[in-house]
Design a protein around this ligand. Structure first.
Ligand code: MTE
Ligand code: HPA
Ligand code: MOS
Length: 773
């Protein structure tokens, strides 16, 4: 029997990726009369705009248009959630690098030269650059979120032991290989066609319509694929699409806007860096009794998705642990820096990392293996299983995951070997950490959990598949195609995967929250099932059987002991005047969240994982290597194990990059100084642990009714990398003679070295005076 669901099928574009034949926006043949756009970016951090002079730019030969926000014909506000968020700076600039003006010219070099000729007169205003300052002054973009159960303060006060402290977790640039790019083309009747590298074609359509002052029906957005998105194109592609569209409308010519790497890094938002403050009470065994946590995220100058990111950070600050009394507060801080946005994990990694760090601190304080503190606090299956947002965890498989990885990684034995190694090695120290992942699946903004699909069968039995999911390398196209192939029982070669277009499926959500395959897979399945029922009705009399006895498999339609080719049944359906296209729709059931009260069931289910990473640290230089990692990840019944393996490996490595080597550095004027690969280091394949063992959990189909019982996998494995960071902390503690070290992220070699030195200096003071306060 054919079975396409659950098979390790290669990415549909893999041959094109390796041959360089997969086309990205900048590879498309350029339309006649194409103009190239460039941006003028703010050179101040926070300033009132007194005057913008475009005259010199406009005088340059080849320049066809120069615009500021005043030239936007419609509503210039492109805020996805909360205003204001002007498409080009309006009255004030709020960060160094904010787009202020845009140029369209015959060629790119001229456009960029003209952009530099734009003259802006500023009047400087005071700037807030640090999260702590925003917290102190209560400068917030949105109201805080609070998750609460019991009286955390009282529980901590009563607890035999207490720890408090703070921690910083850095941001991260998306570093998608294809930067932000849009190509806008005016069409008949004032319509606008956009080809855009975006995770959210519908929102680009909506916002382009808004800035042009047109109805949504006159704007079409197409995205065949992105060269990576990682959350950076969930909202932030729209700004550049809108600027290209305004220039195209003004010049009545096609306009392409492609940011270069530096501009992309300076002008687009990143992962939110966080300041975490903790106050935790626990017993002699390390069982947490009360936990009070503050998570302050850097939103930057505008809200963008910060509210939802900080919410997700708060939702994941339980990590995998039960807190009997808990108070978690999430703050969306406003600063005069770029507006931060979605990034793989969407706040979840920051919330989880903070708590895993606290667990590690508890272990150091008690002189225990952090693993034992994790195990004693782990969520139960039927009790101790209520989250701080009051959602019971019904599908907890963490105990099985721990048990399996403990055995396969030889954790306990290696822990002893490492202790022995560290006792005899003076300048090289090893560290080991084993951490869990529990990641809530669903957009926490409940209404976003919907998807549509449009499936067409042509008379020859070939199928065209459309849905709202966008392809950024993660394999959502092949996964959804597998689902349709499975329903029709036909080969994948009969299914044409199409570019995502707003004129095929309307009102789609972003491909985000790891739910692309979950949502679009279900919608496409429904469309295919509608068509299959129609075909079964046609086939039944031909096969001399009843429609419910008809089976679709191996390219055939079978029943009554006979078989017809799929294409023949399609042809008969056509002759019988049966419609051969259908829409499918899916809305995730049973989810809701009341933000004001911090209560609800925001997640349809959880995806789990566990990882053990070993690090080797050079105490002279602070440099390190990850020598071994054992990953065990839960994909439910994987829709495509080949794709999912890539997601696990890639997610883990991207997480390691975030927590260890990728450092964003702004100077005291708020200028990003790490805006190119020369100064911003992302991991490569060579940074993978030398001994890398990745397994998918077997035999655990998703108990929730997802598509073929699979689980979302795009984001959760990123958080397996927390084990790498804490392995470094373990090694750093060994280097500091077993003392507690404060190791913020990213744990660059420099920071590791400074952390060890600081711990040694503190050793001059009695250890418990520090610990107990
Ligand atoms: N994998 C690749 N290769 N490229 C990407 O840009 N984005 C990640 C993840 N995996 C990404 C990726 C993010 S942030 C999300 S939310 C999911 O893929 C989105 O796709 P899915 O919902 O179809 O898994
Ligand atoms: N995840 C990713 N993107 C989102 C979410 C979320 O929970 N909510 C809104 N956009
Ligand atoms: Mo992913 S951060 O939800 O695009």
């Amino acid at each position: 029997m054919t079975s396409f669901a659950s098979r390790p099928i290669k990415h549909d574009s893999a041959p094109k990726h390796v041959a360089g034949a997969a086309r990205y926006i900048d590879d498309l043949p350029e339309p006649e009369g194409l103009l190239h756009a460039a941006l003028h970016l703010s050179e101040r951090t926070h300033a009132r705009i007194r005057k913008i002079d475009l005259s010199k730019a406009l005088c340059l030969p080849g320049v066809r248009a120069a615009i500021t926000v005043a030239d936007v014909p419609g509503d210039p506000d492109i805020a996805p959630v909360v205003r204001p968020e002007p498409v080009l700076a309006k009255d004030v600039v709020e960060f160094h690098g904010q787009p202020v003006a845009a140029i369209a010219a015959d060629d790119l070099a001229t456009a960029r030269r003209a952009a530099r000729l734009v003259e802006v007169e500023y009047e400087d205003l005071p700037a807030v650059l640090d999260i702590a300052e925003a917290v102190e002054k209560d400068i917030l973009l949105l109201p805080p979120i609070k998750l609460q159960r019991g009286d955390a303060g009282a529980a901590i006060a009563r607890a035999p032991h207490k720890l408090s402290g703070e921690l910083r977790l850095g941001g991260q640039d998306h570093f998608y290989l294809e930067g932000q790019v849009s190509l806008a083309e005016p069409r008949e009747d004032g319509d606008m066609m956009l080809r855009c590298s975006t995770q959210h074609p519908t929102e680009v359509q909506k916002l382009v319509a808004r800035v042009l002052g047109k109805p949504q029906h006159s704007v079409t957005v197409e995205c065949r694929r992105m060269g990576g998105g990682f959350g950076g194109k969930e909202t932030q592609a729209a700004q550049f699409a809108c600027i290209a569209a305004v220039l195209a409308q003004r010049t009545r010519r096609p306009v392409k806007l492609r940011l270069d790497r530096d501009e992309d890094m300076i002008a687009t938002g990143k992962r939110h860096d966080f300041l975490a403050r903790y106050n935790v009470g626990f017993d002699d065994d390390g069982r947490i009794l009360g936990n009070d946590l503050l998570l302050a995220g850097r939103g930057g100058w505008a809200a963008d998705l910060t509210g939802a990111v900080v919410d997700r950070a708060a939702f994941h600050a339980d990590s995998s642990y039960y807190f009997p009394a808990v108070s978690i507060t999430g703050l969306s801080c406003k600063t005069n820096t770029v507006s931060n946005t979605a990034f793989r994990g969407f706040g979840g990694p920051q919330g989880m990392a903070a708590t895993e760090y606290v667990i590690d601190e508890i272990a150091r304080y008690l002189g225990r293996d952090p693993l034992d503190i994790r195990l004693i606090n782990l969520y139960g299956k039927t009790e101790r299983n209520i989250t701080p947002y009051h959602q019971p965890i019904k599908d907890n498989i963490l105990p099985e995951l721990f048990e399996q990885l403990l055995a396969s990684s030889d954790y306990r034995q290696r822990r002893n070997e490492i202790a022995a190694f560290n006792a005899q090695s003076r300048h090289l120290k090893k560290g080991l950490a084993l951490t869990p992942v529990k990641f809530g699946i669903s957009f926490t903004t409940s209404f976003l959990n919907q998807a549509g699909a449009l499936v067409l069968i042509y008379e020859d039995g070939s199928v065209q598949l459309n849905h709202g999911g966008t392809e950024m390398g993660q394999g959502v196209y092949i996964k959804v195609a597998q689902v349709v192939a499975e329903v029709f029982g036909i080969g994948l070669e009969r299914i044409r995967i199409t570019a995502t277009r707003t004129d095929k499926v309307p009102n789609t959500s972003a491909t985000a929250a790891s739910s692309g395959a979950d949502l679009n897979g279900k919608a496409a399945e429904e469309a295919a099932l509608i068509l299959r029922r129609r075909l079964a009705d046609i086939a039944a009399p031909l096969l001399d059987t009843s429609a419910d006895q008809v089976v679709f498999a191996d390219g055939e339609v079978r029943g009554g002991g006979r078989a017809l080719p799929f294409a023949e049944v399609v042809h008969q359906a056509y002759l019988a005047r049966v419609p051969l296209s259908a829409n499918g729709f899916y809305a995730t059931p049973d989810i809701h969240f009341d933000r004001a009260n911090g209560r609800g069931e925001p997640f349809y289910y959880f995806a789990y994982g566990v990882a053990a990473t070993e690090a080797l640290l050079d105490c002279f230089t602070g440099e390190y290597r990850f020598t071994r990692a054992d990953l065990l990840h839960d994909c439910g019944q994987s829709l495509n194990p080949a794709i999912d393996l890539g997601q696990i490996e890639g997610g883990y490595l991207q997480g390691l990059g975030w927590l260890t080597m990728e450092e964003l550095w702004w100077d005291d004027k708020g200028r990003l100084r790490t805006h190119a690969p020369s100064t911003y280091k992302i991991p490569t394949a060579r940074d993978l642990p030398a001994d890398f063992r990745v397994q998918m959990l077997a035999g655990h189909p998703n108990p929730a009714n997802t598509v073929y019982r699979s689980k979302a996998v795009g984001e959760p494995p990123l958080m397996l990398a927390i084990s790498g960071w804490l392995a470094l902390k373990d090694a750093a503690c060994a280097a500091a003679g077993g003392r507690r070290v404060r190791l913020d992220a990213p744990a660059t070699p420099e920071r590791v070295l400074l952390a060890i030195e600081a711990a040694k200096r503190q050793a001059a003071r009695p250890a418990n005076a520090v610990a107990a306060k």
